[in-house]
Each structure stands twice: as C-alpha cells, then as structure tokens.
Design a protein around this ligand. Structure first.
Ligand code: FPP
Length: 246
C-alpha cells in the first residue's frame, strides 16, 4: 500500500523524482506586512497560516517531510515584542495542532535547543512529541525553533564527547555523528526553498543541506502558495544531481 492515500493532486504532480524532504526558510513576513501598512507581527501571523497551507499541500502531494525555519538562534536580537509575538503564534499553532494531528495524520517534531523556551511552549512540545511517537509512518513537519545549524552541530559534538567520556568507543563516522543531530533518522532535504529574495542559508540545516538543490524566489512567504511549491519542484526536477560524481 502507498505511504499515503494518493490524492488527485498527487497524481497530477507525479511521483517520479518527488523530493521526500523539503526545507523552507520562511522569509519576508516583515516586508509583506510593511507593504500593507501593518505591524511586522501581522506578517508573522499571515506566515503561520501559510505554513499550515503549505504543510497540508506537501502532505497531499506525497512529500514525506517538511522542515521550516520558524525562529533562529539569532532571532533573539529582534525587539522583545516581535519575539513574544512569534512565540505566541507558535503556542497558538501548537495548541490547535495537538487537537488535529491524529485526525490529519501529521507528525510534528521540533529542531533546535528548546530548553530555553517558555514552560508553556515546552509543555506543548512534549505533548506533540508524545502524539508523534505513537503516530505511524505518515507526513512529518519539523519546526525549527531556537535553531541554528552551527548550534545543532555543536550540541551533537558535545553529545559525542559525553559518549567518549562514558567510555563508549564507537568509531566517529558521518552516519554515527548525524544520528546525534536533531534530524536523526530523517533523510537529508533534496530541495531547499528560500522565498523573500535573499540568497543565503542563514544557518539553516548546514549539515543536512550538503547536497540539497537550492531554489530562491522573490515571493514573500505570506504570499507563497501551492503554485510556488509546484514551481520549485519543477525546477528541482530539471537539476542534474551528481553528488560529486560525473
Ligand atoms: C522571517 O521573516 C520570519 C521569521 C523570523 C518568523 C517566522 C515565524 C512564523 C511564520 C510564525 C510561526 C511559525 C509556525 C510554524 C506556526 P522576516 O521577519 O525576517 O521578514 P523580513 O525579511 O521581511 O523582515
């Protein structure tokens, strides 16, 4: 049996060379709001809705994993009101998601150092982890919060050092190290999309994106939609992936 019930859209878009894992840097919320004379926080609220829509679409077309950058280790430099608004949106979204994850067959996982988040947010993350743990193989959304690619690598290196200190003598290989990253057990993203016009990774999935195909678009994240996912997949399908070979 197919991994998911195939929707008509999945038939249309075709399953050949469909990325199993898509990463998205959700950029452009602030500019979207400014263009409309709205506060930046309104842009984040619109961005959270876009995440919901895009995740549902990815699930429907048969993508297995979607990883989004919601809050970086550097985003704490923003004004406290904006940080609070983003955290508030995450709480709201998680509270709603908990009700629906089981029904919709959506696993949720968090990447990043969540130890410094509010008690309420950590409680919600624990709840979603509990639901995710007993949901079978289905679509999974990974939300990066207080996440930085360098920080993730440092946390994994610390965990490795702990093992060595405890006397474990497993050889340090790429696979053994990757198993200590937040993305443990998840395939690397074949496709990484950055809306919002900037052309950089900004500390997103540094280890996992070694061979990702990068697609940049000027569309601001709140305006991003199904057609933009289709266009990014079409561009991905044009690329020749050689992984250093010929
Ligand atoms: C980048 O746009 C966006 C962020 C730093 C925040 C993203 C957060 C959300 C979409 C809300 C919560 C997410 C979920 C998954 C419910 P920017 O503010 O840097 O935009 P700009 O470059 O136009 O200023």
């Amino acid at each position: 049996m197919a991994l998911f019930q195939k929707s008509r859209k999945a038939e249309e878009i075709g399953q050949a060379d469909l990325p199993r894992h898509i990463g998205i840097i959700m950029d452009g919320n602030g500019r979207w709001a400014k263009k409309r004379g709205l506060p930046r926080t309104a842009g984040h609220a619109a961005g959270a809705e876009t995440f919901r829509r895009v995740a549902t679409y990815c699930k429907n077309i048969g993508v297995e994993y979607l990883t989004v950058y919601a809050f970086s280790t550097e985003n704490w430099k923003r004004p406290p009101e904006e940080v609070a608004a983003i955290m508030g949106l995450l709480e709201k979204y998680l509270g709603e998601a908990i009700e629906k994850m089981e029904r919709d067959g959506i696993r949720l996982k968090f990447f990043g150092d969540t130890s410094v988040l509010s008690d309420q947010l950590r409680g919600l993350i624990r709840e979603t982890d509990g639901i995710t743990a007993h949901l079978g193989k289905t679509f999974q959304a990974n939300v990066c919060v207080n996440y930085g690619g360098r920080d993730e690598i440092v946390r994994a290196a610390r965990a490795w050092a702990e093992r060595v200190r405890a006397g474990e003598d497993e050889a340090l290989t790429e696979d053994a190290f990757a198993a200590l990253l937040d993305s443990s057990g998840i395939p690397d993203p074949e496709l990484l999309i950055r809306p919002g016009g900037e052309k950089r990774l900004s500390n997103f999935l540094l280890w996992q994106s070694a061979y990702s195909e990068l697609v940049f678009t000027d569309t601001l994240w709140p305006d991003f939609g199904e057609a933009d996912i289709d266009a990014a997949i079409a561009e991905y399908r044009q690329r020749q992936r050689r992984f250093g070979g010929l």
